[in-house]
Write a protein that binds this ligand. Sequence first.
Ligand SMILES: [Zn+2]
Length: 218
Amino acid sequence: MNDRSSDAIGPQAAPSHDLIACPQCDWLHDVGDVPTGTRARCVRCRTVLLAPRRGAAATIVALATGALILMVVAVSFPFLDIAAGGLRSSASVMDAALSFALASGRMAPLSVIVLALIVVLPVARLCGLIYALGPLALGRRARPYAAQAFRISMRLRPWAMAEIFIIGVAVALVKVSSLAAVGFGPAFWAFVGLVILVAAKDTILCERSLWRALDRAA
Ligand SMILES: [Zn+2]
């Protein structure tokens, strides 16, 4: 892959829509067209500013669709089952979240927060990406409000916490495993697959390149 540094300009230069501030050192760059498969880097700290890839929108839409299907599996099937003292119980993600609401009135808001962070917000992100980038993947014009959908998807990124949920569950199960026999249900493996797909999607997603592609398709 070729690298090319973009032209650095002084801080007093007239602003234009092609001005990009380096996310690491704030140096302003006037970035022109960056050919697909190449990267534009900061002239001062070499941080990648733009990295357009061929077929990026199609790959992101495919990964997001796969993640959405896995999310349906993850909330529909048992997440884990626990056996102790001759008793066996299995629970889904919904059971776990709603148990906070049933345990006590003061814990009810926690169930809303848990459901929002591990199900609702990740689904909203994935739907926003599919809506905004789907037409780009097919070489069509952008849909109405595609820019807004893409912006919301990007803003929700820090709040979609399916992977943190998986780590939390894994730590809790290690502690519980000495007291009871714990088995993972289909939903656990669906969550693991979902986390991998989302990580792959975020790795190839170059936000500025996609903004440019959305501008061109508008
Ligand atoms: Zn920099």
